[in-house]
Design a protein around this ligand. Sequence first.
Ligand code: MF3
Ligand code: CO
Length: 249
Amino acid sequence: MIVLKTGRELKIMKEACRISAGALQVAGRAVEPGVTTEEIDRLAEQYILSQGGVPNFKHYEGYPATACISINNEVIHGIPSAKRKLRAGDIVSIDLGAKYEGYHGDNAATFACGDISEEAKRLMDTTRESLYEGIRAAVPGGRIGDIGHAVQQYVEERGYSVVRQFVGHGVGTNLHEAPEVPNFGTPGRGIRLMPGMTIAIEPMVNAGKPGVEVLSDGWTVLTKDGSLSAHFEHTVAITADGPKIMTVI
Ligand code: MF3
Ligand code: CO
């Protein structure tokens, strides 16, 4: 069931999203050579708690941390670790969210660690832009397939591929709720978009083929072909005036 949010609910949810965006900014600014992913996770958690929020990934289906931090060929769900030190040239995808007064925010971005290759920059730029293409398609009267199509077309035109096994999602009083929001699709297909829907749009883009596999830790998702992967995500409200990005400070 798709839950439409009232204006009052969107105001509370905006606060959860503001905290989520602030935590992502704090985490992203900490990305530099020599830092461990656990240190970044701790900074994000401290920020969320300082703002009166709760890290909403922690304990979600047993997930052990505040953030998912996924490096290079890791697509999503990398578990922060004191043993994992960032190195110059890495691209670092950080995904995290906060719950505030019962509502969730969810966002992600890929950050450069020191100097990165031109190819890595182009992958990050393409993934970030594909998110905005998807957001532009999130208008009342449109359909869920319009969003996926916009993302997929932008990505594939540039020679990259979108991950199929993981998708975006509705977000509200649950971190994950209906509908699914794939990063691929056919225009005019899928459920109709309506004011009051709140969705997380989150393209995961591989430099190589779309296939992924899960590491033996049960969480970390890697590209099957070992290629680089990037991930950007915003929580977006669909309103009568068009899409509103909620995860901004
Ligand atoms: N952030 C993921 C998403 O965007 C969910 C993470 S699941 C967790 O949907 F268990 F790792 F928290
Ligand atoms: Co999400």
